[in-house]
Write a protein that binds this ligand. Structure first.
Ligand code: SAH
Length: 341
């Protein structure tokens, strides 16, 4: 038994042959899965009935139930997606001009324990399998054509590398959903071994790195992962990645009032980012979380001051606006609310 959504489109022919099934059925299967976007083999009406029964047995289509939807006034939708074992994750749909971005989760909860993150506050339950990650994408497609994916939902993608990568390669596959690699962004908190693995894939996925602090003392406190891979090691991995792939890295920097938003922080950040040959910075205002009422969003003027220092240091920087606030859309908050209920 192998879940249908864990099978790369190019693997269907050999897998069918191996099972003594006719390889020419592969094309019909791909059409059903990725043109008709079926969610049950019963709907693959181009296939003979007995063959559909075989497919059900051998290659089940992973169920992903829509548990709740909350919609924000800015059009952002947050879906709570349930799996057969009762666990759930969040996926967020973010419309923008000419774009429809899906933020996907790779784990139920997260083991990284970043201080400001709602997903981290409950620890990890388990990793998602590739087919569950694909199931999230398939569910979201009902709301419109997804043009971009960001792997910025619950979980640390590099802590679930194999399943995450299998899912993204499937979504990227020409004979599958065919979403361009440059439209898919993986975001890591800095699990260093993942950088070399990603670089050696030879696929042009985008990479974001959550930095959030420009010195080790603070980063140790905010992001426990830093105790294992401190800033120097992380930056070296980033530099090597950009040299090997000739692809840019985006550093994410969530700004927390009075914690990491000073002039000195901005100057140190500029110094760090400069060590990476191709890098840019996204400044993100903190989205307040219940478990850390002491963490607040900085004033607009502080964020502009910070931005200015980075720009003057000739670092390509964007000040991001948080989306979906009134839908509990920021970072693990919907699942948290659901669990507390
Ligand atoms: N584990 C990965 C991806 C998931 S988190 C990573 O760390 O990159 C996606 C992004 O949201 C990260 O940059 C994370 O630091 C950020 N984030 C988490 N909680 C946040 C909050 N309360 N406000 C703003 N950004 C937050």
């Amino acid at each position: 038994m192998k879940p249908a959504w864990s099978i790369h489109p190019d693997e269907w022919k050999p897998i069918l042959a191996e099972k003594g099934l006719r390889p020419f059925r592969a094309d019909q299967i791909l059409q059903s899965l990725y043109r008709d976007y079926i969610t049950s083999w019963d709907d693959a009406t181009t296939l003979p009935k007995d063959f559909r029964e075989t497919l059900k047995q051998e290659f089940p289509i992973t169920k992903a139930d829509l548990l709740t939807v909350s919609e924000s006034s800015d059009g952002t939708k947050k879906l709570l997606v349930g799996f057969s074992d009762g666990n759930s994750v969040e996926t967020v749909l973010i419309p923008a001009t000419g774009r429809f971005t899906q933020c996907i989760s790779t784990q139920v909860g997260c083991a990284m324990g970043c201080a400001f993150c709602a997903s981290g506050s409950l620890g990890i339950v388990r990793s998602l399998t590739a087919d569950e990650i694909v199931a999230q994408y398939m569910l979201a497609r009902k709301y419109g054509e997804i043009t971009n994916i960001v792997v910025m939902g619950m979980g640390e993608p590099f802590a679930n590398y194999d399943e995450m990568m299998r899912a993204l390669k499937l979504i990227n596959a020409g004979r599958g959903p065919n979403l361009g690699a440059r439209h898919i962004t993986i975001s890591t908190c800095g699990v260093v071994p993942g950088f070399e693995r990603l670089a050696s894939e030879g696929i042009q996925f985008e990479l974001s790195v959550s930095l959030h602090a420009a010195n080790n003392t603070l980063r140790d406190q905010l992001m426990p992962v830093n105790r294992k891979w401190p800033i120097e090691e992380l930056i070296e991995a980033c530099a090597n990645y950009t040299i090997k792939t000739k692809r840019i890295i985006t550093f994410e920097y969530t700004m927390i009032k009075g914690v990491n938003d000073s002039r000195a922080d901005a100057e140190r950040l500029a110094g760090i980012v400069k060590k990476v040959p191709m890098a840019k910075v996204n400044l993100i205002p903190l989205s307040p979380v219940e478990h850390r009422p002491d963490f607040k969003t900085p004033e607009e003027s502080t964020m502009l001051m910070f931005l200015d220092i980075l720009m003057k240091a000739k670092i390509q920087t964007m000040l991001r606006r948080s989306r979906g606030k009134d839908a509990n859309a920021a970072c693990g908050q919907l699942r948290l609310r659901n669990i507390k209920k």
